[in-house]
Design a protein around this ligand. Structure first.
Ligand code: GDP
Ligand code: MG
Length: 680
């Protein structure tokens, strides 16, 4: 431990800043986070004026001192730094004393070596820019000696210092503690104080001041304090006692020695970087701009802290955030990771740096976090959406549930939206999602697309079932009617057709004429579906009739009509002809019946002689016909009539001829049978 107490050379004789400074801080402090609760004290004054001796006694440090025995042994030049937490004071214990960092400037005797003025001046400037309290060590007899080494140097330092701090709106103030060594008390301290202050003010008035600082006062930048110490050798007890009293002033944190405005307000780790930058600028005689330095340090350090905090967040994120978390767990985990990152890992360390820089980097960090969180959230929402859409499908298609399609879909929809709300709600509570209701709406819209698909599928099923019914039930009825055609064939067919439509379609139209297939589909969709069903029915009727009534089939039908009328009486019993005239009259009757049926079959019309057309909006349109240059009206009429016009005049002639061949054969046969009977 005592090794650690040794001072280090902060800036060596070669004027290089010690790169291990931060390591020394760590060595001295361990992992204690000091923050801004520390003080920096420097000493300034001519060589061999007992500076190091005073510091060692006051702060319990081990700065080199010139051995009283081996006189004039030069101590190592440079600026030395030591840590102290033990102040020589009249207090029994210094437990609550914060960490002190003490800078001892070891120059050479300026009187002897003029060229080293440069180092003295730079060292003094440096001490001024990094310290809260600058101890100006002087002999009593040096007071009032304006030309004296100390005061001359002070003037230069003040001048440069003014050019550095003068333009700053909130100047960094420094307490100048004048310690009068070998103070005899012959001239009271108050008198020395008055003459020193007036000398300083006079000196200040004579400074060449930079533009904008012409009216500044010494007191704007410095707070002078005074203290006298007895002669170390001749009054050892007095000296000891005086140092103790001086120590009391340092121990007392409320003493006027430590004010916020004296402190650089940088956390300790930032201080070393700041000090290094200050030294670099002083050493290279750059235009020293300390506020800028503070901002640069703040940027560097806040960025370092934010990056570390963010990386830690990412580590936690990788290990904790999985696809298996539910909404509540995920929201809680993200909230915890985010607040740890900002409140625990960033704020306490970074908030000590320049407020503007701290806040800027904080906002950046938060938006960095939000990006990662938003990405996770949108993945979660996508996952949740898919999960509940799948579940929605399962429920909407559940065949074990014996409730109508529409109700099934409605209940599945309600459940899906409720589940989605429950899962996503924790994110709106934690303010990760500002537009919760919008997210729900998006999900609902997504579901509605699914529902429209399901409805379409359901309607297609209805259409298919209807079509199947046409073939399975209506076709047979119509074919049987056609096979036994009468002159009323079309009234009979249309009766069957219409009653089939009534039986199968009426249930989809309510009392007000609104079409509804009970799928929850929109009314236009319903109307359209009904039209498809009707179109299908007409098309079916069209194809069934035209398909069946071929020339050959019509001949067969007419033969049957003829046969029936010719061979059977009204009671359905076979006829027995007694003579040819009976045969002839039967023949005429039967033939005219057959021809009447042929006329009836040729064109679809009611018994009141009104041609039956496919309703205009239900007629099939044939795209191939579009090549003809005909009006829509003509084309429509063609399709309507194509249905009703079964047989052309030419076809009728052909059929008549074939029928005649049959009827002729039949009558000949019948007449022969009479001959046969009479001959017997
Ligand atoms: P510094 O390095 O210039 O600050 O001076 P040192 O602390 O090395 O002391 C230089 C010499 O002054 C040493 O021989 C000390 O014993 C002596 N010394 C230290 N304190 C006092 C003091 O208060 N009065 C006098 N007269 N001599 C002192
Ligand atoms: Mg010394």
């Amino acid at each position: 431990m005592s090794e650690l107490k040794e001072a280090i050379q902060l800036i060596g004789e070669d004027k290089v800043f010690n790169p291990l400074t931060l390591d020394y801080f760590t060595g001295w402090l361990g992992d204690r986070n000091v923050g801004t609760r520390y003080h920096v004290i420097s000493v300034f004054g001519s060589q061999s004026s007992g500076k190091s001796t005073l510091l060692n006694k006051l702060f319990d440090t081990r700065f080199d001192t010139m051995d009283a025995q081996v006189k004039r042994q030069q101590t190592t030049k440079g600026i030395w730094l030591s840590h102290s937490s033990n102040i020589y004071s009249s207090e029994a214990a210094n437990q609550s004393v914060p960490d002190f960092f003490v800078l001892d400037v070891e120059g050479s005797d300026g009187a002897e070596r003029g060229e080293d003025q440069d180092f003295e001046r730079k060292a003094a400037l440096f001490a001024l820019s990094v310290s809260e309290v600058l101890i100006v060590n002087m002999w009593e007899n040096q007071v009032g000696l304006y030309q004296g080494n100390n005061m001359g140097l002070l003037k230069t330092v003040f001048e440069v210092n003014l050019s550095l701090f003068g333009k700053n709106e909130n100047p960094h103030k420094v307490a100048l503690l004048f310690v009068i060594r070998d103070f005899t008390g012959q001239t009271p301290l108050e008198s020395l104080e008055i003459s020193l202050v007036s000398e300083l003010e006079k000196m200040w008035a004579l400074l060449s001041k930079p533009k904008g600082c012409e009216n500044t006062l010494f007191h704007d930048f410095f707070v002078p304090k005074f203290f006298g110490l007895g002669h170390k050798v001749f009054q050892p007890e007095q000296f000891d006692n005086d140092v103790k009293q001086l120590g009391d002033l340092f121990v007392d944190q409320d003493s006027s020695f430590f004010k916020e405005e004296y402190h650089t307000q940088l956390p300790l780790d930032g201080w070393s970087l700041y000090a290094e930058n200050c030294w670099d600028q002083i050493e290279h005689n750059k235009d020293l701009d300390l506020p800028t330095q503070q901002i640069l340090v703040a940027r560097f350090k806040t960025d370092e802290i934010a990056t570390a905090a963010y990386n830690k967040f990412l580590d936690g994120f990788k290990s904790q955030i999985t696809d298996f978390l539910d909404g509540k767990e995920l929201a809680a985990a993200l909230k915890c990771l985010k607040s740890t990152c900002v409140d625990v890992d960033y704020d306490p360390y970074a908030s000590r740096y320049a407020n503007k820089v701290y806040e800027e980097r904080r906002n950046d960090l938060i938006s960095q976090l939000n990006n990662t969180i938003d990405e996770t959230l949108s993945k979660f929402i996508t996952r949740t959406t898919f999960k509940y859409i799948e579940q929605f499908h399962t429920e909407a298609k559940d065949k074990s549930l014996k409730i109508p399609f529409k109700e099934k879909v409605e209940s599945a929809l309600e459940k899906a939206v409720q589940r989605f709300r429950t899962d996503v709600a924790p994110f709106s509570d934690d303010e990760f999602i500002s537009d919760f209701e919008e997210q729900v709406s998006i999900f609902e819209a997504r579901l509605n697309i699914e529902i429209a698909d399901l409805q379409e599928h359901e309607l297609n099923t209805i259409v298919a079932r209807f079509n199947r019914g046409l073939t399975l039930k209506l076709k047979d009825t119509i074919l049987r009617l056609l096979a036994k055609s009468t002159v009323n064939i079309w009234d009979d067919v249309m009766n069957e057709f219409e009653s089939y439509l009534d039986g199968n379609l009426k249930k989809y139209t309510d009392a007000d004429g609104n079409v509804d297939f009970q799928t929850g589909a929109a009314s236009e969709v319903n109307e359209k579906t009904l039209q498809i069903l009707q179109k299908n029915a007409w098309s079916f009727l069209d194809h069934t009739i035209h398909g069946y009534l071929t020339e050959d089939n019509v001949v067969d039908i007419l033969r049957a009509v003829f046969n029936d009328k010719f061979r059977y009486d009204d009671a359905g019993l076979p006829k027995f002809w007694k003579n040819e005239s009976e045969v002839d009259s039967s023949y005429r009757l039967a033939k005219s019946e057959a021809l009447n049926v042929l006329d009836a079959l040729a064109i679809v019309k009611t018994k009141d002689n009104v041609e039956i057309l496919i309703p205009e909006d239900l007629a099939e349109s044939d795209d191939e016909e579009a090549d003809y240059e005909e009006s829509d009206e003509e084309a429509g009429l063609y399709h309507q009539q194509r249905f009703s016009h079964i047989l052309s005049a030419l076809q009728k002639d052909k059929i008549s001829i074939k029928l005649k061949q049959f009827t002729d054969m039949t009558i000949i046969e019948a007449k022969r049978s009479i001959v046969n009977t009479t001959e017997r």
